[in-house]
Design a protein around this ligand. Sequence first.
Ligand code: ATP
Length: 354
Amino acid sequence: MNAVQLDNISKSFGNVQVIKNISLSIAKGEFVSLLGPSGCGKTTLLRMIAGLEGATSGTIHIGGKDSTRLPPELRDIAMVFQSYALLPHLTVLENVMFPLRMRKIGNRAEQRDRAVAALKLVQLDHLTDRRPRALSGGQQQRVAVARAVVSSPQVLLLDEPLSNLDARLRESMQEELILLHRQTGLTTVFVTHDQEEALSLSDRVILLNGGRIEQEGAPKALYSVPRTRFAASFMGSTNLIDAELQPHGDGARALLSDGQVLLLRAKHSAKKRATIMFRQEDAILAPEPDNAALSRGALIASVVTQIFLGARTRYVLDLGGHMIRCLAPAGQFYAVGDKVELKISPDSIHVLED
Ligand code: ATP
C-alpha cells in the first residue's frame, strides 16, 4: 500500500488549469521532492495532498484511504509552511503540544512527553518555555518541524521550509531534515525550487513543468541523464549542443557545425538533428594535442574565459562555435585564446528528446 496515491489529478483556478492530470505514487517512508520553477504548480499539488485545495478531478488516497473529499483535519498529514505559522502567545512546548490537544490524543502528561520527545529530535528541548518571538528563524523552523512530527502523521508535507533561512543555516537544517527522516521514517513530501536541495535530500525527485510531471527519478539518475532540454537546463551545469546525429558502429556520432565529431555510446539508427548534452564536470581538459592526436580525432576547443572557483576553475570554451562550460582542477591553467583538447567519455554524452 502506498502512503500517497494520486490518480489523474487536475486543478483549475477559474478557467486556468494549473495541475494537468498528474498520477503519482509515494511509498511508505519515502522522501520525495516536488521540484520546479516558480508557478509550475508544486505548492498547489502539496496543498491538494493536504486538503487545503480541492481537486477539480482525479482521486487522492492517503494511507490507502480515499481522501479526495476529506478536510485537512481528517487526513493523517502534517504540514510545515514557509512562514512557520507558530502561535505567538503559546510557548515552544505548548506550540508543539497543540496538534495533540486539538486531536485529543493522550492526556496532558502524555502530550507533554511526546512534545518534549519531538523537540529533542530537533535539538530544542532546552527552550521549551520560550515564546516564538524570542527564537531565531532557524529555531522557529525547528519548532514548526517538531509540531508537525509530534502526532506521527502518515505523511509530512514541507512547503519550501528552508527558504527563509540564510545559506549556512539552510545547509545545517538540510542535514537535520535528513537525520530526522532517518530517525522517524516518516513519508515526506518536500516542495522546493532549489535543485541542489532536492538532490541532496530526496529518495526521489519529481520535476514539474507547467502543471505536468516532466521527469521523475532518483537524484543521481535525474542529474546524470535528464531527458529533455527543460530538465537538463533546470538541473544545471549542463552543456547543450545542437548537432547532426549519425549512426556509427555500435553507437552514434554527433557532427558539430565546424566538422568536429563527438562519439556517443547510445545507438541511433537514423541520421537526424538533435540536442546532445554533457555535464561540465564530465569534460576533461588537456593541453593542445599534437598532430598524431589530432589525426586520431582529438576534440579541440579554445578558451574564451576562465572563472576561479577555489578548488576548481570553470572554463568557458568555444567548441566549433558552441559556448560550453567545463571544470578543471585549480592547478591546471589555460590562458584566454589557448587551444585545448577536450576529452568526454561517450557514456557521458546524452541525446535529449526535444
Ligand atoms: P512558487 O515556487 O512561486 O510558489 P509553485 O510552483 O508552487 O510556485 P503554485 O503556487 O502551485 O506554483 O501556482 C501554480 C499556478 O497556479 C500559478 O500560476 C499561480 O498563479 C496559480 N494559482 C495558485 N493559487 C491560485 C489561486 N488561489 N487562485 C488563482 N490562481 C492560483
